[in-house]
Ligand binder design. Structure first.
Ligand code: URP
Ligand code: ZN
Ligand code: ZN
Length: 479
């Protein structure tokens, strides 16, 4: 398919300019003024609209087996919902059970993801440790295009990685030229607080945030950052929800450490009052970890994005319907943790970020697409509009308005955490691999059309880290 996007204003992370874009065979072939279209070309009229790199969501969990159930949104429905909102690539997580072979889990997730309609990549979680895990990490980096390993510092008794696992895995990732990522919450403290709060008779969803205060997140973020510093490995902290973890990141970045931070659109916009809703279904629908925070954390997180101390935005898209959340009706600890948002990330961030003046359009592109591509080493194939890049593109109508609702969304979940939010600025067209897959409210997707995207290891970071380490090493003269 050849597609000409005509008359729009291209917005990348560093430029804004008027030009047409011609896409063939999945790539951007030319960019220029008044481009001619070969016969048979489909034309998208982008007059009055912005043309941006498709969103990259670096944090999703399609069909994740978790807390005794399985997330209801699968790779087919989830990537389709993403395209409807202008997101053209996801990075999902392979999460092996403790003692399960890492390679076996990776192969399982690859099979599940074959039905994706948009491109995808994987981070692989390290949930236990022995020599086979170490060997599998090498195989994943060298043969399967995995350059990021995830560590859950929470979920004690399930997938939690303790300090010994962190040290072993971070050290191995460093040898392999990979980046480490963490879910930063002190799992031992959460476990203790959950017990205490439940024993006090607080059994409903309001107990969830009480058991996971911001200090628990700040402590874990700081600990992971310091372990990464000592071992000389770049680190990416997922879903920062509070001032405390942002401060840990900011401090380390100011010291020159390679530390990156992600924030969820939901943590920027939703506060902890949702847990006090007396309707169990609504309160439980918001149970995720880390939890939504008091409002003052939201302004800190916006400042983190504006200052560049947080570089990416994600959704942590992980869908559990009311009947699944009901498993925790009498005990908040049993409510499956997770919320949705892949379809809405770009529009809520445009509305509350760009339209409110918090972000420029170029910053919006950086935090929704380009920075994730750079941090996970798939730029400029992804994350920009340039000749030779993948033709993953969103045409953005800044005048379009909509009221977000579960009644109309394409996500496979019965609740929308942004329910009733009115936004101005939405995707009018989405191109994935050069094909028009979403136009004016309608999806036209093909099951299995998504490609697995390999993420190569990080020569550049490690060259820099090695040089720094060599400079710090004591010499015979100054010892
Ligand atoms: O509550 C959440 N975030 N569920 C998904 C798993 C995780 O911690 O990211
Ligand atoms: Zn997490
Ligand atoms: Zn997650």
């Amino acid at each position: 398919m050849t597609v000409l996007i005509k008359g729009g204003t291209i917005v990348t992370a560093d430029q804004t300019y008027r030009a047409d874009i011609l896409c063939t065979d999945g790539k951007i072939r030319s960019i220029g003024e008044n481009l001619d279209a070969p016969t048979g070309t489909r034309t998208v009229d982008a007059g009055g609209q912005y043309v941006m790199p498709g969103g990259i969501d670096p944090h999703t969990h399609m069909q994740l087996p978790f807390m005794g159930t399985v997330a209801i949104e699968d790779f087919f429905t989830g990537t389709a919902a993403g395209l409807a909102g202008g997101t053209t690539m996801i990075m999902d997580f392979v999460i092996p059970d403790p003692q399960q072979s890492i390679m076996e889990a990776y192969m399982q997730w690859r099979e599940w993801a074959e039905k994706s309609v948009a491109d995808y990549a994987f981070h692989v979680a390290i949930t236990w440790w022995d020599d086979t895990v170490s060997a599998d990490m090498e195989t994943l980096v060298k043969e399967h295009g995995v350059n990021s390993f995830k560590h859950f510092m929470a979920y004690k008794g399930a997938i939690m990685a303790d300090d010994e696992i962190l040290v072993n895995s971070f050290s191995r990732a460093g040898e392999l030229g990979a980046i480490v990522t963490v879910h930063a919450e002190n799992g031992d403290l959460v476990y203790r607080l959950q017990q205490k709060i439940f024993d006090m008779g607080i059994t409903g969803p309001e107990g969830h945030p009480l058991s996971r205060p911001p200090e628990v997140e700040g402590e874990a973020a700081n600990r992971a950052i310091r372990i990464a510093e000592v071992l000389g490995v770049p680190i990416y902290i997922v879903h920062n929800s509070c001032r405390q973890s942002l401060e840990a990141i900011t401090r380390a970045r100011n010291e020159g450490q390679r530390v990156y931070g992600e924030v969820l659109a939901s943590h920027l916009l939703i506060d902890d009052s949702v847990y006090r809703n007396t309707d169990f279904d609504i309160a439980a629908a918001h149970v995720m970890s880390p939890p939504f925070r008091p409002k003052e954390h939201q302004s800190a997180l916006w400042h983190g994005l504006q200052s560049g101390n947080l570089q990416t935005t994600a959704t942590d898209h992980c869908c559990f319907c009311a009947d699944q959340k009901g498993a925790g009706k009498d005990d908040f600890r049993m409510i499956p943790n997770g919320t949705a948002g892949i379809e809405n990330r770009l529009e809520v961030l445009w509305h509350h970020g760009v339209s409110s003046g918090r972000l420029t359009m170029n910053e919006f592109v950086a935090v929704t697409s380009t920075n994730a591509a750079k941090i996970f080493n798939i730029y400029p194939r992804k994350g920009t509009i340039a000749v030779g890049a993948d033709a993953d593109i969103v045409v953005w109508d800044p005048e379009a308005t909509k009221t977000i609702s579960a009644k109309t969304h394409k996500q496979n979940i019965d609740y929308n955490i942004f329910e009733g939010m009115e936004v101005k600025g939405c995707a009018s067209h989405t191109l994935s691999q050069g094909k028009i897959v979403y136009a004016d409210g309608e999806l036209d997707v093909e099951r299995g059309a998504g490609n697995y995207i390999e993420k190569p290891p990080f020569a550049a970071y490690y060259d820099a880290l090695r040089k720094r380490a060599e400079q710090k090493r004591p010499t015979a003269v100054n010892r």
